[in-house]
Design a protein around this ligand. Structure first.
Ligand code: CU
Length: 405
């Protein structure tokens, strides 16, 4: 008996035509075929790779005789997604039993200015229109139930791979949505920590989508909150959610950044640029200056910030200039945090968290301490902190003056 365990695997004529090896045949159809036919000839090569990968994942799930999940004992709640660098409303220590946390994300394709000074832009592929995608926060033992919608006017197919989840390519095999489609994926958060999520349509489309902004983070908190090595509760006042995005933006013969009419039109040029492994930009939250100057995050002396850093594609080494990583969870919340760090490490393909309590007012720069990336490629954020200066911690004993020779 054929059994479908997820709405994303529902058989429809349109899905079967578009998903499988008869993609070319679809071109003869009107309407739906035109909707999802790749704009660039090269897209179909990657789509074939994608189709094979996801066909396999789909077949596996289709033949399953798995029992329905027992959802008794769970309470359903909705989590409203908010744009970075902010976090959704959440509890640090869970109250009540496990929850099914319902979220909705749209795979929005939009033209974004990456650097106003140079005019560099990208047809960003996003979750909910932001780079990174919104931060999701649940507790260990909760379920995430995602409705993923691909708008009708999209050019491309999308899906989502949650590193926090277990099975089916992180959900990527069950969430492949074409323009005008939606699916629902439910997964259990069994491992506490910060995790990346990203689009992974298959083949070269994986780095193409990830390097066009299609990634974000999930934080799975322990039910009893974050703890130090002695088991004492560590709470925070605010979250700073930072997504570091490496872009590989094509240039023309005269060195100017190229522009394109629609999402996907830069595919061939992007593949060439990505092969250099040398990003043209490495920015926080989608664009140069997205969290600096007027857009800086604001804090007060005595406030504790939890900095969540997502990098889906490359390593990074965050440093808070003028502050520290008082507690740093580079890997999991199951392990005691590192303490008192000057610079910490983000493994490419992860999200991680660091915590700091501000002791002095002023402007702090949160940077990738590859300073070339911080200063020249864009990987800088500003935290503006108000409060009383503490001379016991630092004092300018003599202001700059000419010295006697
Ligand atoms: Cu995508």
């Amino acid at each position: 008996m054929t059994k479908f365990i997820n709405p994303g695997l529902m058989k429809t004529n349109r899905r079967n035509v578009l998903r499988g090896s008869v993609l070319a045949g679809a071109a003869a159809m009107t309407g739906t075929a035109a909707l999802a036919t790749p704009r660039s000839p090269k897209l179909s090569i990657a789509n074939t790779t994608s189709a094979n990968l996801y066909k396999a994942a789909g077949e596996q799930a289709k033949d399953s005789t798995a029992k329905p999940a027992d959802l008794s004992g769970y309470t359903r709640v909705k989590q409203e997604m908010v744009a970075p660098p902010y976090a959704p409303v959440h509890e640090q220590v869970a109250t009540g039993g496990p929850k099914i946390v319902e979220i909705t994300m749209d795979t929005t394709e939009r033209l974004m200015v990456v650097d106003e000074d140079t005019g560099a832009s990208v047809w960003a592929l996003t979750y909910n229109g932001s780079v990174p995608g919104p931060l999701i926060i649940v507790h260990e033992g909760d379920m995430v139930e995602l409705t993923l919608r691909n708008p009708v006017d999209s050019q491309m197919e999308h899906n989502i791979d949650f590193h926090a989840s277990t099975g089916a390519l992180g959900g990527g095999g069950l969430t492949h949505v074409y323009p005008g489609e939606e699916c629902v994926l439910r997964w259990k958060a069994t491992k506490p920590g910060c995790f990346t999520y990203h689009c992974a349509p298959g083949g070269a489309m994986i780095p193409y989508h990830v390097c066009h902004g299609m990634n974000g983070a999930v934080m799975v908190l322990p039910r009893d909150g974050l703890k130090d090595k002695d088991g004492n509760l560590l709470s925070y006042d605010k979250i700073a959610y930072i997504g570091e995005q490496d872009y590989y933006l094509p240039k023309d013969e005269s060195g100017e950044y190229k522009t394109y009419e629609a999402a996907g039109d830069d595919y061939s040029d992007s593949i060439d640029a990505m092969r250099t492994l040398t990003p043209t930009h490495s920015v926080f939250n989608g664009a140069v200056g997205a969290i600096t100057g007027e857009n800086a995050m604001k804090f007060a002396v005595g406030e504790t910030v939890l900095m969540i850093h997502n990098q889906a594609n490359r390593d990074s080494r965050p440093h808070l200039i003028g502050g520290h990583g008082n507690y740093v969870w580079e890997t999991s919340f199951s392990e005691p945090p590192l303490t008192g760090l000057e610079t910490w490490f983000v493994r490419g393909g992860t999200a991680m968290a660091s915590m700091y309590t501000f002791e002095q007012p002023g402007v702090y720069a949160y940077v990738n301490h590859n300073l070339i990336e911080a200063a020249l490629l864009g990987a800088t954020a500003h935290f503006v902190v108000e409060g009383e200066w503490d001379n016991a911690l630092m004092e300018q004993v003599v202001a700059p003056r000419e010295f006697e020779t």
